[in-house]
Ligand binder design. Sequence first.
Ligand code: 2P0
Length: 349
Amino acid sequence: MDFLSGRSELQAKDFKTKWQAPSNIALVKYWGKKGHQLPSNPSISLTLSHCQTQSELTFSPSEQLAVELFLDGESRPSFAAKIQTFLEKLSSDFPVFKNTKVVVHTHNTFPHGTGIASSASGMAAVALCLADYLYFLKGKDRDDNFMKLASFFARLASGSASRSVFGGMVSWGEFADEAQMSDLFATPFTAHESFNDLCDSVIIVSSEEKVVSSRAGHGRMGDHPYAEARFTEAHKNFKRTIDALRAGDWKTVGHVLENEALQLHALMLTSPESYTLLKPNSLLAIEKIRQWRQATGVEAYFTLDAGPNIHLLYLKKDEKSVKAFIENELRGAYEQVIHDQRGAGPALC
Ligand code: 2P0
């Protein structure tokens, strides 16, 4: 890969950069990994617009790698330790990080207390700053490979973050006949124009901290009795999804979307060390969404991340009726709602 060439001769220098990166919601889920942070199956996601992390990174030469991190101005040693561990791993391939001090100032635009994980947006923002630093050290202008490098770094930090480096729809993981797709980094996916204004209302059922992290959840796929069946299903769902996305077939996308969310949570329930991230109100909302769709014909479909919150996806033309449904029919089942939509991707601040 040419974007990795010439990395061993780089010398640390003073540099500062700031990027913002969005969150994303997977339509076909990444759940289970192999090798060095590689996905067991291809995934595809919608990049969101309102849920963003902004991170400023200041790099300076140092005798050894050191990381400080401030969230909204407050020192967060535990987050700093995560970035430090990530950079330590990266430094075997990019030795310049062994002689770099990094100070991170970060801020999330998510409403407080939503329980929305920020690892995708957070690690994507950091990865973009790292890619910027390396381009600066090489004396290169950002080119077509810049985002590829950022996605490569983001993947190593957190798999889903690899997809947050691009806007619109984004796929990640090798897949037959899709030569542009790679396990190493994500690539933008061009869907039918009818999905250009896809909406996602995030229904926050619970903002409590999760009992099992995503990282641990991926780990539990290692000895899961249904792992192979899941990876086969994921490949089939991926194919159905990309075909339907290209054809503008929202109904098929919606059916796969719901199936993927339910498979994800079924894997958690049936893993040898079982756990439940769904809450009673998650199931209540799912039932009501199905009944309402049946009764009205409005094509709004749910999905879930590794958590209890419901993402309700729908076309812009149905925005008014979906918002009224959430307010009237789901009242009492949620803490708050974030009405989000397809986003354009990261930006240099
Ligand atoms: C996804 N999730 O495709 C799936 C669906 C959550 C549910 O990827 O261990 O934080 O850092 O690579 O990316 C969440 O897991 O895990 C995730 P690591 P990540 O979005």
